[in-house]
Structure formats: structure tokens, C-alpha cells
Design a protein around this ligand. Sequence first.
Ligand SMILES: Cc1cc2nc3c(=O)[nH]c(=O)nc-3n(C[C@H](O)[C@H](O)[C@H](O)COP(=O)(O)O)c2cc1C
Length: 449
Amino acid sequence: MAYQNDTDLEFLNQCDNELLGVLVEILTKDKGEERFTETLTLSNGYKTYHPDHVKYWRDIAESYQRFGGNTFVNMVRSGGVLYREILCDVCDKLKVNYNPNSSIETIEMQLLNKVLTDSLEKMTPEQLEEISRDFGLKLENIKGLTPQAVTAALQAAIRVSGFKAYKCAVIVANALAQLILGHGLSFGANAMLTKAISVFAGPIGWVITGLWTALDIAGPAYRVTIPATIQIACMRQMINAADSDCDEELDDENDWADEDDIDDDEEYDDEDAEVAHNDVCKKPIGIFYGTDGGDTEKVVEQIAEELREYVDVKIFDVAKASRNDLRRYENLIFASPTYGEGDLQSDWEDFLPKLSASDVAGKTIAFVGLGDQDSYGETFGEGIAHIYRKLAKRAYVVGQTSTDGYQFESSKSVVCGKFIGLMIDEANQDNQTKERIAAWVEDVVYKFN
Ligand SMILES: Cc1cc2nc3c(=O)[nH]c(=O)nc-3n(C[C@H](O)[C@H](O)[C@H](O)COP(=O)(O)O)c2cc1C
């Protein structure tokens, strides 16, 4: 049986190996032992590429579909089933309140909500208080909270805030990793997420373990499809957050970071936040760039010169840089031209696989892309989109710019109607480069830390 094309699973090819690794573990192991019914480890993809999971994502998806088919065994399925059907089946089994005609994302969010709210039931009043503060929930009386009150407020917050939904997905994914791998995800150390992550990890683990005990009776395939579906739901929310860094969500992220900085007993002070936001950055900035012809090097040197009026800057050519160089910085700029058809510059192609989103989680990052809109209008400045897709999902992205003044057909570096960073075209608009750099630097120095 082969993987059945399923548009709802294609996004797995954008996920990082850490998250895919949890999915692989669920599909292949049962309480740490080889799973009796699994076939993934026999596939060519697994044998060739494991643990580089993204390279054999179709085999992973196929294995998941196959377990999905096993849960429908009474209906005499000849092969695997598509994701939507498995998701709805899992939701039915867990008594999730959902509408089968809703979008996949909405149904998945209902599923994650169910896991979260069931775990709230298992929390002490102190833990409920902690969660409410951490999520900035609007509650009348934070002392003496009930799980029902926190559930209602949390659901309302998730509905209006993409970033809070993302945060829930991270929390569930981390608790699942804790349960499956015995340790949380590497970005669990991110200071901004720690409170909620650690408070939720135990109760979510108990909820999922409780399900498993019940599922031994209901059918062993559910022991795979339920955690695997929860994991896939988390992964999609995390990827979607990376793809939709609209201003509204970035504002939301920043609000939340501010909230986290407050002592528990202090009132949130809008004025303080305003002052902090208007400060020029103080922490050094690391600029990482790659170049073939020298344009990008010239551009980053100009950027560095402007930035040095405010803050320390160090430039690294990725051909010679290490992952540790990058990890030292809390403020980062990534610069790359575009080659091939929308590809990354070659040194970046070697460097990027050495990095993971956890290296920049919680940090402030910005992008500088170079391209040629006349000759390559269909893939204009797309080099940096590869870096963005891999690294940006858990970082604060700053320095997005307007596409006004450029003429091109398409670019994956445009997200929510804006370039993900500064876009420079030395081939056709070099007379605007100096001015574009100056305006951009003026903007980002107030947004870096
Ligand atoms: C073979 C080749 C392919 C290119 N492909 C693209 C492309 O797909 N999209 C784009 O916007 N620019 C493309 N460019 C333009 C370069 O990104 C641009 O010239 C850039 O300024 C080069 O930067 P560098 O000197 O730092 O290497 C391409 C250039 C060459 C020579």
C-alpha cells in the first residue's frame, strides 16, 4: 500500500525533524518497545533517511493512514484513509464537540481544546491561577477560580488570538513529547513559554494516559491514531502561525511578551510598555549572510554601518559561521540573495540544515533578501523565504516592508501582503538601495531588544 495523496497531510514536508520525530515515535513504538503492527521501519524512506524525518514524510503519512484504516477495520477497508476521516473519528471517540463540515484547522483546534480543558479539570487552584495569568485571561476574580471559568476564558482568548492558539498547540505538543520521548521539546526552555508549559505538562500527560487505558479496550489502533492526530493538529497550528505573521498577530505576540515580564502581583502598565517599545535596541545584533557575487555582502555592510550608530553589530559569512555563533545572539538578521528558481544561496543551503527553529525561539529576527524583479519576477527574492519557513515560527519577526515600488509576479517572501523583510534589487533599483536601508534600519532599531 502506498501513501494516498492527501492535501491535509502535505504540510508535513514543512515540519521540523524534532516534531516529526515525536510522530515517528508514536507510529513505531509502544511504551518504548517496537510496535508490533507497524510497517514504517520497513520502508525504504525510513531505512535511508531516519532520523532526517522530513526526507521521508510520505512514508510517515502512509503509516498514519494505515493505522487510521485499522480503526475502521469493521468497515472492511482495503487501505489507509484520508486525514479528515481519521480526525473526525478521533474526535467522535473523544467526544469532542465539533462540526464535521468545518475546516480542518477548526476541527483540530476543537480537539486540542478538549485535551487542554480536560487537563484543567485535573489542576489545583494555584495551577489554574498560574495558567490564567500566563495567558492574560480576563477573569473577574482570579482567586478561587474554577476549571469551568478558566476553560470559558481560555476558549474565548483562543478564538480571538492566533498567537494564543499557537501557544496552546506548543503546550500540547510539548506535553506529548514529554510523554512519548520522556523529555519536552527543546524550545521548552524558552523563557516565555515555561510557566504554562510546565504547569500543563503533567495534567495533559495524565489526560492522554487516561485515554490510553480506556483505548486498550476500544481497539489498539486508537493508541496510535489518537496521539498521532493530536500531534499532527499541533504541528499544523505551529506551521500556520509561522505562515501568517500578520501585524495583528505580531502585535499580539508582543503584548504577550510584555505581559510575561510582569511580576505576578504587579498591575500591567500600558505606559511602561509604550516606553519599552520606543527604546532603541541595546543588545548586539548578529548578521548572518551568504553571497555569490558580493551584492549581499555590500548590502549587509551598509546595514551594519547604519546600525552601529545605535548598537554593536557583528557580521558573519555563513560559509564560515557555526551554529554556536548564531546561538549567542538574541537579535539576528538573516540575509540571502536568490539563485536558481527561487532557491537559497549555496552557502546558506549548507548552513540552514544545521539550524533549527529552537535556535531562534523567543528571539527577535529580521530578514534581508536580494533578488532581480525583472529577470526573475516569478520567484522574486524568494531565497529568504526558505530561512523564514524553517526558523521563524517561534521567533519575533520584525522589519517587514511594503511591496510598493516593486514590480514582480510572485514571491514566497510576501506574507500577509508584505515582504517578510527588507527587499533589495541591485540589478534594477540600486539607486534606491541606500534610502531603503536607511528607512529600514530606522524602523528595526526600535524593534530589536
Ligand atoms: C543564475 C541566477 C539565478 C537567479 N535566480 C533568481 C531568482 O530566482 N529570483 C530572484 O529574485 N533573483 C534571482 N537572481 C538574482 C540574484 O539574486 C541577484 O543578482 C543578487 O543581487 C545576487 O546577490 P549576490 O551578489 O550577493 O550573490 C538570480 C541570479 C542568477 C545569476
